[in-house]
Design a binder for this molecule. Structure first.
Ligand SMILES: [Zn+2]
Length: 272
């Protein structure tokens, strides 16, 4: 699941592959960028901001541009050697190709792909709250933003990138399980909001150097999460069947015993 840590690692891998290199070929397979061409531009850096990826490039005449992309649920990047066949993803899902003399970066199923002047980046990412993996991470500000709407369910507040940037469905579900908090608990009823935010920061930081996301400490397939992806399976702590609830792209997993409804003490809503 592409969350902030996955995008951070993609950005680092792309930066290692492309940084300081002039682009010798670019191909944008998107209607809105069909005529775009960055051949001759030099990649200056690739960074993530929350779940957004920003690839910055400079033209020989000094102009600076940023390629922005979002992975949503299914996007990915791969880096190939020049001449190496693109493997592992269907060819029709290619959206962007950026080639230097040393590497070919291919973006698959990218969303919200935009080219814009680098100094206009705030238009796309200015609304984001503190970035969990950013050099300027600010835990107190994230807590302040979440606490500003005390009646809102905490599960929803954690997903809101204006509060803090980087959390998706997987970490939302796992963090709330680890803190014993129901996803439907109002923010005001969360016992220790700073501890929850601190756990989010530590969890994404611990996972950012590898592709496998684990909250349990195990990297074995099927053992990497407490509740996420484990509908009806027994809770690893108490044996109660794990529940799942979904609304569009929002999916929540939780244990009704370990994370009781804050008002009644009983299991919260959901499809079971
Ligand atoms: Zn449980």
């Amino acid at each position: 699941m592409p969350e902030g840590d996955t995008v951070w690692l993609h950005a680092r891998r792309l930066d290692e592959a492309l940084h300081g290199q002039p682009l010798v070929r670019t191909d944008f397979r998107l209607p809105q960028l069909a005529t775009a061409d960055l051949t001759g531009w030099t990649v200056t850096e690739v960074r993530s901001r929350g779940k957004h990826l920003l690839l910055r490039a400079a033209a020989p005449d000094g102009r600076r541009t940023t390629l922005h992309a979002h992975l949503r649920m299914d996007g990915t990047w791969r880096v190939y050697r020049p001449g190496e066949p693109f493997r592992g993803e269907p060819a029709h899902s290619v959206r962007v190709i950026l080639a230097t003399d040393r590497a070919v970066a291919v973006g698959y199923r990218l969303h919200d792909v935009t080219l814009l002047p680098t100094d206009a980046e705030p238009r796309l990412i200015g609304h984001l709250g503190p970035d969990l993996l950013g050099p300027d991470w600010d835990a107190a500000e994230a807590v302040r933003r979440i606490a500003a709407r005390p009646d809102r369910p905490i599960g929803e507040a954690l997903l809101d990138q204006r509060n803090l940037a980087g959390i998706g469905n997987l970490y939302k579900s796992e963090l709330l399980f680890l803190r014993g908090v129901s996803p439907w608990s109002p923010v005001s009823a969360v016992p220790d909001l700073p501890a929850l935010v601190d756990l989010a920061h530590r969890t994404l930081t611990a996972n950012r150097e590898r592709w496998v996301q684990s909250t349990t400490g195990s990297l074995r397939r099927g053992h990497t999460t407490y509740v996420y992806g484990r509908r009806a399976a027994p809770c690893r702590r108490c044996g109660t069947p794990v529940r799942r609830d979904s609304a569009g792209e929002r999916v929540t997993y939780w244990c009704p015993t370990c994370q009781p409804d804050p008002a009644t003490g009983r299991p919260g809503p959901g499809a079971g």
